[in-house]
Ligand binder design. Structure first.
Ligand code: NDP
Ligand code: A1CAB
Length: 268
């Protein structure tokens, strides 16, 4: 992290993902002076952080974090080509954009780390998978990992082609869980609960169960069994949710496949 303080970090694109990570870093003690953000329409929140905004780049930043949409990459990245001299590490969070694509633009001397984070990084509960190109040293990976661990957990991948499935599970995954909360609350309303109460029950249940699944010694299947009294209410619900033709397993398999397929398409 000392390298980041002295050489600085550049953030290209500060939308939903970039700001989730920046929020985590600033709350974790990274000085706003060490961060230069390039974003054409900065939010009021970003303007209030005190970071260096749309101004000249530091001469030799330790890391450039690329957080623009995959479709914008061709427009946005060439402006940073001068930093592709091999001393700055590029860390990309863009879905689908391969390391080879970066090497085409930045040259193959550049250490490039492809990462897939998720938005719970905003509260320090992110999950990020990373993999580097051939120019990435262990020290580069360690620096990226330290930075990313400031906003949650980090796993290292063995192969870049695992990234499509990772994107479909943990990158997009928070959206599936938020949708579960929305639909669980709506189902409670359909059973006669007031909206506010149903939403409070749904949020606390999903949040509590998620944390319990992470912390408990038992696996999620056993935790599910522990809730399910024989002949009781949970068994009645699970008969619907575990139905082979229409239940969660089939739905999630289709949803995760659709996301992974889209990640492959974005690679072009
Ligand atoms: N959202 C998520 O949960 C996750 C997103 N990602 C990846 O993160 C990246 C960003 O996604 P997300 O944050 O959702 O998207 P956003 O659209 O919210 O953020 C992208 C930001 O980049 C800005 N931008 C556009 N063009 C340029 C440019 N030329 N130079 C600098 N900044 C530019 C956009 O400005 P403007 O809006 O004005 O165009 C916007 O603020 C994507 O590649 C996505 O795949 C990865 C994991 C999770
Ligand atoms: O929807 C997307 O394409 C991005 C990548 C993972 C989460 N959001």
């Amino acid at each position: 992290m000392d390298d980041l303080k002295t050489r600085g970090l550049v953030l290209l694109g500060c939308g939903k993902m970039g700001s989730a990570m920046l929020k985590g870093w600033l709350e974790g003690g990274l000085s706003p002076d060490a961060v230069t953000v390039l974003d054409p329409y900065p939010s009021d929140w970003l303007k209030g952080t005190g970071v260096r905004l749309n101004t000249e780049l530091p001469p030799n930043p330790a890391i450039v974090l690329v957080a623009v949409k995959p479709q914008m990459m061709g427009d946005a990245l060439p402006s940073l080509q001068a930093l592709g001299d091999g001393t700055t590490t590029f860390l990309s969070v863009a879905a689908g954009v391969t390391i080879a694509k970066y090497e085409e633009i930045l040259g193959d001397k550049t250490p490039i780390i492809r990462a897939m984070p998720n938005t719970p990084a905003a509260i320090g509960r992110g999950m990020t998978a990373i993999i580097g190109n051939a120019r990435t040293s262990e020290a580069d990976l360690d620096l990226a990992q330290t930075l990313l661990e400031a906003v949650g957990q980090v796993v290292r991948l063995e192969r870049e082609d695992q990234m499509d499935a990772v994107t479909a599970v943990s990158g997009s995954g928070p959206a599936y869980v938020f949708h579960l909360i929305e639909t669980l609350a709506a189902a409670g309303v359909a059973q006669g609960l007031p909206e506010e109460l149903a939403m409070a029950l749904a949020k606390a249940t999903v949040g509590g169960a998620g944390q319990y699944a992470e912390e408990a010694e038992e696996d999620p299947a056993q935790l599910r069994v522990n809730v399910t009294s024989p002949g009781g209410t949970t068994a009645a619900a699970l008969a619907v949710l575990m139905d082979e033709a229409t239940g969660f397993p089939m739905l999630l398999e289709r949803a995760v496949k659709a996301a992974a397929d889209r990640s492959k398409e974005l690679a072009g």
